[in-house]
Design a protein around this ligand. Sequence first.
Ligand code: ATP
Ligand code: MN
Length: 465
Amino acid sequence: MDILKRTKIVEVLKREDFGTFVNVKGWVRTRRGSKQVNFIALNDGSTINNVQIVVDVDLFGEEALKAITTGACISVNGVLVESQGKGQRAEIQAKEIEILGEADATTFPLQKKGHTLEFLREIAHLRPRTNTFGAVLRVRHHLAYAIHKYFNDRGYFYLHTPIITASDAEGAGAMFQVTTLDLDKLPRNAEGKIDYDQDFFGKSANLTVSGQLEGELGAMALGSVYTFGPTFRAENSNTPRHLAEFWMIEPEVAFNEIGDNMDLAEDFLKYLITYALENCADDLAFLNEMYDKELVERLKFVTENDFVRLPYTEGVKILEASGHKFEFPVFWGADLQSEHERYLVEKHFKKPVILTDYPKDIKAFYMKLNEDGKTVRAMDVLFPKIGEIIGGSQREENYEKLFERMEQMHVPTKEMSWYLDTRRFGSAPHAGFGLGFERLVLFVTGMTNIRDVIPFPRTPKNCEF
Ligand code: ATP
Ligand code: MN
């Protein structure tokens, strides 16, 4: 085949210089046609749209074309021509076709007919080749980019917080232990306990559940920082909203108080959704058509309306007065379940809700205590279909109050002296939050299971690929 520079299909479909020679490479979605002419729908992942390759059967021979089956990878040299059909402008009249990789039709699992999302989860190594996962993964990419852009444009610094940590201080969930000790021959100390002196770090270590505590150290120096990294929680919750390995975005801002934190969360979410609407229109239109006819409408609605801001105490009153039968009980002091969160958002307000001022006993030790002595300056952002998408707070900046709270909640103050140092030296009000990246991708794509918005999900009893 002649050497011709490859053009991505996303570019080919925009071109109007009909008559020019182009080369495209991609994976065959379908091949159909008659004895005279075949049509190949080719996709290279650059867009949800396929380019149509028009093939003169006599030119290639019926036998040779048989190897061009769904899933095969081909390279095509041909002439860009104006499409006869409606929809797309450009198609390619094939002159040369090279098969780069065949895909045996009897064993290739992805055939023309649609597959269930459950089945696709079992072949997660191939599912990126489907329209659905192509769309989801492109949206995921654009959202990740938009997150960096949002913060960069506003003078935040990207702080890389550790993935291996020795502090279990967050208490955000069960942790995965990291060790090089031989589990068959664990060394014991004089008291008969595992001797972590002999472990890699000389102490017990885990995978991080959050970058927040280190993020606070960064904020107290750089002013405005954010983290965006993987987090790990060994919680055995097999829900459509929990993964054992997920990505989290955590801004932390010096001098911000709870109101600023809410403003940031609302502006940030609206920016990201707007960015997706503007930059992922084809993919969102596909997902809207296939899975959720109200998707685009819902995304627009969220960007156009103010979020409700409501104290937890008021939220509980609404739930108690609702007369709705919940699976889990509601009372002041209860940790709200996703059914409660969704009731407030979907049934009562019909808008995203930022719930604030939670009882201190159901929240982490570092949250700033309110004057009432009972509640803390926590804020959870609750979204339709998702429930909690963001959890955050204003942090306790007073050394004595923080120390007392840590003691009460059995957080080891000695091991955490590095954290307490921020309050000892030049303490300042500050606030931040954690946005679960996959929960955001769930919301934006309209998918309903978190396993379908990350390339290779990790959940209890599932660590394939
Ligand atoms: P939930 O109550 O939904 O389990 P959480 O209160 O434990 O969440 P936080 O510790 O506040 O979560 O974490 C911040 C954000 O990270 C959450 O708002 C959510 O978007 C996301 N998140 C938390 N746990 C998970 C998980 N297991 N899988 C995916 N995302 C998660
Ligand atoms: Mn939370």
